[in-house]
Design a protein. Structure first.
Length: 226
């Protein structure tokens, strides 16, 4: 296949962090209710820049900080969902109940996926990397979310992966210094997973023209791998 087939827009992010926006839950002055998601985004972005050697002006990731529950679909969000190469959903009960998270999911997963020439893949390699954000019982996961295996960190001290699966990243961040070492290790392994997905797959750009036409539930949609 010609090399130009794998052309990428240099302004496109490597990964898209998809999460359920949380509104203020108590009558109090406005505050940032998604600080933990933003911390993950910043830490992961730093690692991805380091691993991929991204040059000046290249963006490691995209995280929407403007929407409050998804009242609008911005041009920046549509561009990122249609051009990013790795999709990272922060799976939680709220995520699975969000119409807008489902639309972000489908904006990415409807795009055709090609394997880069010479890439060697393991069984579960995919450009969709679901993260255990706050624990959801597997039986509650929609089939389309179960298919890409939930991210599991490997090659770590034996207590870290179980802690991640039991607490989720939200839980690790909520445990303060007791969860920090596990959090740091998990995010580093996640960055390595993102870098590998980027180096082995190419997801053809396809920007949604109208997000309202995308499914607002996690139902089956065709997904091509070439």
């Amino acid at each position: 296949m010609p090399e130009e087939t794998y052309w990428e827009d240099e302004s496109a992010p490597v990964f898209f962090l998809s999460y359920a926006h949380t509104r203020n839950r108590v009558p109090a002055p406005p505050r940032d209710t998604n600080q933990k998601e933003f911390q993950l985004f910043v830490d992961l972005s730093d690692h991805v820049v380091e691993l991929l050697g991204l040059g000046p002006g290249r963006t490691a990731g995209f995280m929407d900080r403007m929407l409050d529950g998804g009242q609008m679909w911005t041009d920046d969000l549509a561009f990122a969902a249609g051009h990013c190469q790795v999709f990272i959903p922060l799976v939680s009960p709220q995520y699975l109940n969000s119409d807008w998270c489902a639309r972000e999911w489908h904006a990415f997963t409807r795009r055709p996926v090609l394997i880069r020439p010479g890439a060697t893949l393991s069984t579960h390699d995919t450009p969709v990397v679901p993260i255990n954000w706050s624990v959801v019982e597997r039986r509650r996961l929609p089939e389309v979310v179960k298919r890409p295996q939930m991210f599991t960190p490997t090659r770590l001290p034996p207590d870290i992966a179980p802690q991640y699966h039991e607490e989720g990243i939200y839980g690790l961040l909520s445990l303060g210094k007791n969860g920090k070492d596990a959090y740091d290790a998990v995010v580093w392994r996640l960055a390595q997973r993102v870098a590998r997905a980027y180096q082995t797959h190419w997801v053809r750009p396809q920007v949604p023209s109208d997000m309202r036409q995308l499914p607002k539930t996690f139902e089956e949609v065709g997904h091509d791998v070439v």
